[in-house]
Write a protein that binds this ligand. Structure first.
Ligand code: AP5
Length: 230
């Protein structure tokens, strides 16, 4: 199977984490989510976590130099060779420029960028109902609640579920503003290079995965597409 090297973009709650995990598993790629890495650091109270907390909790962006260093460390540790799905990164034009330089140096250029389009009202509904498992990282949407054997416990590992600290209504609004101001220009950065494909992110999870796979197949060389379907 040929390695895929893609960025998955979209507003908060667009389904990036959900879909990046699926794409990475289907293509044997590394799923690199800067939000997950930062939340791990918050939990373990590392220097990185202490620096990141005020940004994450207020819905603003952690400084570019911090995030670029995190991504560089992981891609140099093997992610570039195995293939990767970047989730939540890059989020600013300087981050996108830093990624271009890093990938040039690694001889691993991007295959493309998939952008999930989801309107604000759907985002607010999804994030208002999201519960996460602090132990195993499972993510639940509002519709999953009634299926769980024990309300407010993780189906996979039984740990009590949590609401993310940045999923309060006022912080969701701030994150949407930050997306419009600082991350939409990154979409334009990739559109100008002909690398971006927009995908409708509204619909069931499987439906969205199928749309993403279709858009991805239009970005990859034919041999990579054949490999992924084996
Ligand atoms: P991050 O963790 O990246 O958050 P985000 O971009 O706001 O995105 P979310 O994780 O909220 O949503 P998602 O798109 O992954 O959707 P999900 O799959 O969970 O970043 C958090 C913070 O970290 C930032 O605010 C910033 O402070 C910092 N940070 C991170 N990266 C940074 C960077 N590069 N630079 C600077 N700072 C950075 O889905 C959402 C919900 O909807 C879930 O409940 C899910 O189950 C449900 N759902 C998913 N798909 C569907 C569907 N098709 N139908 C119905 N429900 C669905």
């Amino acid at each position: 199977m040929a390695a895929i090297r893609i960025v998955l973009m979209g507003p908060p709650g667009a389904g990036k984490g959900t879909q990046a995990a699926r794409l990475a598993a289907a293509h044997g790629a590394l799923h690199l989510a800067t939000g997950d890495i930062l939340r791990e650091a918050l939990k373990s109270d590392t220097p990185l976590g202490r620096e990141a907390r005020r940004y994450v909790d207020s819905g603003t962006l952690v400084p570019d130099r911090v995030v670029l260093a995190l991504v560089e460390e992981r891609l140099r540790a093997g992610g570039a060779g195995q293939g990767f799905v970047l989730d939540g990164f890059p989020r600013t034009v300087p981050q996108a420029e830093g990624l271009d330089i890093l990938l040039d140096g690694l001889g691993a250029p991007l295959d493309g960028v998939l952008v999930l389009d989801v309107p604000d009202e759907v985002v607010v509904e999804r994030l208002g109902g999201r519960r996460t498992c602090p132990a195993c990282g499972a993510v639940y949407g509002p519709e999953g609640r009634s299926e769980r054997v024990e309300e407010d416990r993780c189906d996979r590992c039984g740990a009590p579920l949590e609401v993310r600290s940045d999923d309060r209504p006022e912080t969701i609004r701030r994150r949407l503003e930050v997306y419009r101001e600082q991350t939409r220009p990154v979409v334009v950065h990739y559109e100008l290079r002909g690398l971006a494909r927009r995908v409708d992110g509204v619909g069931g999870r499987d439906e969205v995965t199928a749309r993403l796979e279709e858009a991805l197949s239009g970005l990859l060389p034919p041999t990579a597409v054949q490999g992924a379907t084996r």
